[in-house]
Every structure is written in C-alpha cells, then in structure tokens.
Design a protein around this ligand. Sequence first.
Ligand SMILES: *Cc1c(COP(=O)(O)O)cnc(C)c1O
Length: 382
Amino acid sequence: MKSKIWLSSPHMGEQELEYVKEAFASNWIAPLGPNVDGFEKDLETFLNHGSHVAALSSGTAAIHLALVILEVKAGDEVICQSMTFSASANPIVYLGATPVFVDSEASTWNMSPEFLEAAILDRIKLGKKPKAIILVHLYGMPAQIDKIQEIASVYGIPIIEDAAEALGSTYKGRPLGTFGDIGILSFNGNKIITTSGGGALVSMNEQYIKKARYLATQALDPAPHYQHSQIGYNYRLSNVCAGIGRGQMKVLQSRIEQRRYNFQFYKKAFAGINEIRFCDEPGPEYFSNRWLSTVIVEEGTVTREDLRLALVEDNIDSRPLWKPMHLQPVFVDAPFYGNQTCDLLFEKGLCLPSGSNLTQPDLERVVQCVTATLEKLQPVEK
Ligand SMILES: *Cc1c(COP(=O)(O)O)cnc(C)c1O
C-alpha cells in the first residue's frame, strides 16, 4: 500500500512546543493566560487595520457569539451563503432563527450580489428584514466584497465575515476577516494554521470584542460572587492551545506561500487538459491563500467521481466541494435564492491534497494519478 496523502493535515513549525512548555512551566493551564493574550496580539498585528481580536474555542463558537452580539433572536432571519461548511449556518439555528440561503456567483464561488439583493428585497416584502449576512470566502478566495458591502449598507444589514478558510488572503491588499462588522477565523486541525481546535472573533468595534470576551466566559458580571445578568457561554481558547497558535503565527507566511505553490503546481500540470478548470483570482485585487486547491471536472467521459475514486484507490485523500446548505436534508425547509450555480459546483468540483507539508513527490503522485485516470477513461482521439 502506498503511503497516505492527506487533504490538509496539521503542519507544526519549530516554536509551538516552546510556548506549550511555557504554559506547563507557569501552570497557565486555563482558558486564559499569557499565550491567549500573545496570540490575540499576534493576530491583531497580522490583520493590521485596527482590528481587535478575541481568541475563542472554535470558529463555530465565534459565529455563534457574532450572532448573539448582533442581537439575533428566535424568529429572526439571517442570510447565509449556501455553498459553505455547515458551521457557517448552524449557529443561526442554535438561536432559534431561520437561515435564508443565497447562491454563489461563478467568478469566486462565493455569495452572488444579485441573489443577495433579491433575497433581501423578497424577505422585506414578506415582512421581515434579515438581521445579518454571513459571507464566506471559500477555500481562501475573497468574495466580491465591494458589491456585497454596498448592498449591505443600502439596506443597513451587518455582515459577519466567515474567514475561517481565508486567513492570509487579501482583497485590495487588506486582510480578509477585517471587512465585516464582525469577522471570524478558525484554527481547526485542517485549516491553514491550527491550534488543534480554536477560533477568533475579529472587529474594529472594541465594544463587540469586550462583549465577546464577556459572553465567552460565562457572562460574569463584575462582583466578588458569581453573578449573571445574561446567558453566557464557555467559549474561550485554552492557554495551552493558544501556545500552539503563537508558534503557528511565526510560520503563517510560509504556509501561505506553500499552499499557493501547490495550486500553481496543479494548474501548470493540468494546463493542457480541457476537462479540468480552476477558480482563478478574478483580478489583481483578489489574493487567495489557496487553503485548498480545487478543480472543476467539466462534462465529458470522465467525471469528478471517477477521479475521486481513482485517488482513493491510490491512497490519496480528496473531497467533493462543500455540499450547499440548501441541498442538505437538515435545511430542506429553509428559503433559497439562486439559479443552481453552487449545485453545479458541488456536482463537478473536487478538492485536491493541499497541505503545506506535502512533498514534491506527493504532488507529483497526485498529478500522475489524475492524468493516468483521464488517459485511461478518455476515448482515443480520432
Ligand atoms: C472550519 C470552518 C468553520 C468552523 O470552524 P471550527 O473552528 O471548525 O468550528 C466555519 N466556517 C467555515 C467556512 C469553515 O471552513
């Protein structure tokens, strides 16, 4: 059996363990401490643009708190990109609110500004203005931020920017996660950097950050005894995990470069193959961290599934693109606005191995497997 090639596995640098040891040596084994403060500072420095950061236990927790801070309540509606991971949408339901899903557009695979506006107008007509918009930057590709922000501001609806997959990506030179009224990041094991599990809430609004820290630590009122005037959560990041994060911040830049290299390598290797298409950066204002390298397998004799199964056979991990939320059994009743752009992406799209720890022979093995499969299944040219 050939060695396993993973889709996107953790990639430690040199200093993570030092920070973790420090946490042990000082007995800061708690969901607060110097590593948490340090990690938040590191993120603030990286994101620049005056953003403040609260480190949390997961990206999902960050989205949940973002919705609470924006005062989403039971019975409210929240707009969410349909093509995403379920964690973008689940917290809407935690609060008893209803997700309203919006299709993608073809150039970035992220939220379509046209369908966003159509959704807002229709929901208002039906009697409810959406309370927030959850915008996602899939696989690290920046969404059409200017257009989305313009629509959001016309109707006065705040944006939660789900940059879980997009740390290190930029739009017009500005880091993703800093555009939304609230941005969120994830440091789950499969992301571009990891704390084994973790997330962050980002905002220019310091009150939001204060509120996030308060809600994430059981909503403790200032008093010598335990007093609560609001329902709280236990969502802060462990000081041990934050130590991993501090070490990972030292290598983030090189991780971005390696992931972008993976993408370029695949793109060059498949350049002569008509059936394989990539999602290119639509213009110079878009810079993707290429968290995952993805391909579209255009209609022909070879399908996405053919390629995926051939990769499985070769012990290579790959995955169809995210299955849109409006196609998920759990969300069948949720409203959807679109024309099936993301349905087709799901049908034809495949995520290839994309870790920053892939070796050159690993990348070549993936390419070899894909090209051999295409040749085998292709009808002979006349
Ligand atoms: C990973 C991810 C999340 C959730 O982050 P966790 O830290 O795993 O909770 C949210 N949204 C998107 C788009 C993601 O990829």
